[in-house]
Design a binder for this molecule. Structure first.
Ligand code: SF4
Ligand code: F3S
Length: 119
C-alpha cells in the first residue's frame, strides 16, 4: 500500500503535504508533486493536509481502480526523475483558477512531465 498524488494537485501545488511527511518522499514537477511509493510508509498524515484533496491511499474505495492504477504508475515513474521537496513553498499563482472544483473531468491532460526545482 502507498499514498499517491492525483490530478487535483496539478497547477495548484500547495505543498502543505511535504512538511509533514516523516520520510521526505515527495518529488516536485513543474506543476504537480508525486510520492515515491517505495519510500512511503503509509502513515497517512499527508492526506488531510492537502487543501484540494489530491492525496489518496491506493486502496481508497471512492476512487476507480483504473484511476488509482494510472496515478500509482505516474507517482512511481516521476518520483524517479524529479527532485525531492521537503519544505513548503508558495502555491502556484494560478491555483484558484485551477481549483479541482472547476474541472469535473479532472486535470490529467494538464500534467507537465518536466521537473520542478525541489528544495
Ligand atoms: Fe509521507 Fe506518510 Fe504521506 Fe506516505 S502517507 S507520503 S509516508 S506523509
Ligand atoms: Fe499538491 Fe495538495 Fe501537496 S495540492 S502539493 S498534494 S498539498
Amino acid at each position: 500500500m502507498t499514498y499517491v498524488v492525483k490530478d487535483e494537485c496539478i497547477k495548484c501545488k500547495h505543498t502543505d503535504c511535504v512538511e509533514v511527511c516523516p520520510v521526505d518522499c515527495f518529488y516536485e514537477g513543474v506543476n504537480t508533486l508525486v510520492i515515491n511509493p517505495e519510500e512511503c510508509i503509509d502513515c497517512g498524515v499527508c492526506e488531510p493536509e492537502c487543501p484540494v484533496d489530491a492525496i489518496v491511499a491506493d486502496t481508497d474505495p471512492a476512487v476507480a481502480k483504473n484511476e488509482l492504477d494510472y496515478w500509482i504508475h505516474v507517482n512511481t515513474e516521476y518520483s524517479k526523475k524529479w527532485p525531492n521537496i521537503t519544505k513548503k513553498k508558495d502555491a502556484l499563482p494560478e491555483h484558484e483558477e485551477f481549483h479541482p472544483d472547476k474541472f469535473p473531468d479532472g486535470k490529467k491532460d494538464l500534467f507537465d512531465e518536466n521537473p520542478g526545482d525541489g528544495d
